[in-house]
Design a protein around this ligand. Structure first.
Ligand code: SF4
Length: 575
């Protein structure tokens, strides 16, 4: 057993004892030949590992902005009242209450995980009932929520069919008619691009991996969607896991990889049993294993690796670190994963949705795909819509669909949309003069999250929630990201207190630039996007907030305070 098993071992101990004790660390250290200190540092990196005992029932309540606007405070108070515990403190023998940032259930907020089982659409009444049942000794698995969100198809658009009518094994049957090189040519021609947010051409990635000769290669499925507002991959994992397995197998066939790993976020533990069962069915049918479908020497298998709670692990390089049993800190990149990826071997890292598209492209043909969407963005895209809409959920849309259509009566039925966040907190905010913009490479790309806020919502509360999220999720390696996100959060609080001057807004923009230019990974490069855009796009709103009449001497005092706190952070870093 080697270090790649570290996360699994930590989960084993935690699930058995409720936490990871010093004794457990000693045992794991011996078993995997990893020092105690390193194991401690790995434990401290991930949100879901605990070094001290927790209550028998671990409750993670989602504090996303959608949850905040849908009753988070009342639900939180009721949990505290009913359990006698306080959030983010150790709790008692029975319960530990913790807040967490995104659990992939934004269409059913407020939502929580209790012992990693989902509980959705929470109300104070529901919470009382849940806690009562737990106190009566009922198992949460027996009464948790059914979270299957249907994929909705755009009405009156018969082109949004990529995720309809899946038949197990169909794409693999098509695959065997072509050589690996022909498969890559088809994927390249289709122009399918990474659907996790990077939009990198998939065919190019597969070709690059194929070009690197090696005895071992890997296909890694990134099932760690952690961007607040995104839950489309959960729908695919719940509705169409077979399509994903086929996509991974096709990627293995095309590149020469024999092993596939699904890196599944811990928030989706509740999907794991069904995925494992289907993987076994695939093996039984010879859709996985050796000589798949009788193809000589074609061998491919898939295993699932659970994550442990870290947004930044959604970045491919950090995800690979995590798979290797390390802290999920994005390394300085000197080469691409297709050359030196997992265990330094050629590796393709693709998002769940991308791999599902790949399977359907092989099944339906690349021309089918090219006939949908726009010239630069052929095909369709899954969008998770949440917030102030009558019909939240996951929509398959044709590329080129306008924001107005997404908000409209045929789709999500938004109510007085005012501030629309495309691609989650790291994406772009849209005001109501931009609703004719289109989702596609030619205009605005969307990784999957689409959050709608109406006129009654406080933009500063949205921005503060986003910045608190980045502050919490920054891995801390780069000072501009660690300190800059903190400073931007403080600035937003300052505007909320009515103490903001124009200079503060200018400083916010400057900080935004610094963080973007000097941070190592996507988190830092994008965390200030929304804040800096919002002050320009919602000028009327901000003009009121920073009106000269609001300005007083306290501003100077607060500035001193912030500088002092910043100095402390720098000193801490140097220690
Ligand atoms: Fe970590 Fe932020 Fe640097 Fe990314 S940008 S490596 S999250 S500190």
């Amino acid at each position: 057993m080697d270090r790649t098993q570290l996360l699994n071992k930590l989960w084993e101990y935690q699930q058995q004892f409720g936490y990871i004790s010093n004794q457990a660390i000693l045992e794991i250290s011996k078993l995997l030949n990893v020092s105690n200190i390193e194991i401690e540092s790995v434990i401290s990196f991930y949100h879901f590992f605990h070094k001290t005992p927790t209550g028998k029932h671990l409750i993670y309540l989602n504090n996303s902005i959608i949850s905040e606007f849908k009753g988070f405070d009342e639900v939180k108070t009721t949990f505290e009242k009913e359990t006698g515990c306080t959030f983010n403190e150790p709790g008692n023998n029975e319960f530990t209450l913790l807040e967490t940032s995104c659990i992939g259930l934004n269409d059913q907020e407020p939502a929580a995980l209790i012992n990693f089982q989902p509980f959705t659409d929470l109300t104070p009444k529901k919470v009382k009932l849940i806690i009562q049942k737990i106190k009566n000794g009922e198992n949460v698995k027996d009464f948790c929520s059914k979270t299957i969100s249907k994929i909705r198809f755009t009405p009156k658009n018969d082109k949004t069919v990529i995720f309809r009518n899946y038949r197990m094994g169909e794409s693999l049957q098509q695959m065997q008619k072509f050589s690996p090189q022909q498969i890559i040519a088809k994927i390249s021609k289709s122009k399918v691009q990474g659907c996790g947010g990077a939009f990198f051409p998939t065919g190019y990635k597969w070709q690059s991996c194929r070009n690197n000769e090696d005895d071992a290669k890997y296909i890694i499925c990134n099932a760690d969607e952690g961007e607040p507002g995104t839950f489309k991959d959960r729908a695919l994992l719940q509705h169409l896991p077979g399509l994903l397995f086929e996509g991974m197998t096709i990627a293995g066939y095309a590149t020469g990889a024999k092993e596939g790993i699904i890196y599944l976020r811990a928030e989706y533990f509740f999907i794991l049993p069904e995925l494992e069962a289907l993987l076994q069915e695939f093996r039984n049918k010879n859709y996985l294993g050796k000589n798949i479908l009788g193809i000589n020497n074609f061998e491919f298998n898939i295993r699932i690796q659970m994550g442990a709670g870290s947004y930044v692990c959604g970045a491919a390089s950090a995800l690979i670190e995590s798979l290797e049993g390390r802290r999920g800190e994005p390394p300085v990149r000197t080469h691409s994963a297709t050359k030196h990826g997992y265990l330094q071997k050629p590796t393709v890292v693709n998002n769940v949705e991308t791999l599902c598209y790949a399977a359907r492209i092989i099944e339906l043909g690349e021309d089918f795909f090219l006939n949908i969407g726009t010239p630069e963005s052929p095909g369709t895209k899954l969008i998770s819509i949440s917030g102030d809409v009558a019909k939240p959920g996951i929509y398959e849309i044709e590329y080129g669909t306008s924001i107005r259509d997404l908000l409209g009566i045929e789709m999500s039925q938004a109510t007085s949309p005012y501030f629309v966040q495309v691609s989650g907190p790291s994406g772009e905010c849209i005001n109501n003069t931009e609703f004719d913009r289109k989702i596609c490479r030619e205009d605005i790309l969307c990784g999957g999250a689409f959050m709608v806020f109406n006129r009654n919502r406080d933009i500063l509360q949205v921005l503060r929630n986003f910045m608190e999220f980045f502050k919490e999720e920054s891995c801390g390696v780069c000072t501009p990201c660690r300190a800059g996100n903190y400073i931007l959060t403080e600035k937003i609080k300052k505007i909320q207190r009515g103490l903001c001057a124009q200079e503060d807004v200018d400083e916010m923009k400057q900080w935004g630039k610094i963080i973007k230019l000097t941070s190592r990974c996507g988190l830092g490069k994008s965390s200030a996007n929304t804040v800096t855009m919002a002050v320009d796009k919602f000028k009327d709103y901000f003009n009121v907030k920073i009106a000269p009449s609001n300005f007083n001497k306290t501003v100077e005092f607060d500035m001193e305070d912030a500088i002092h706190e910043f100095d402390s952070i720098i000193k801490e870093t140097q220690l």
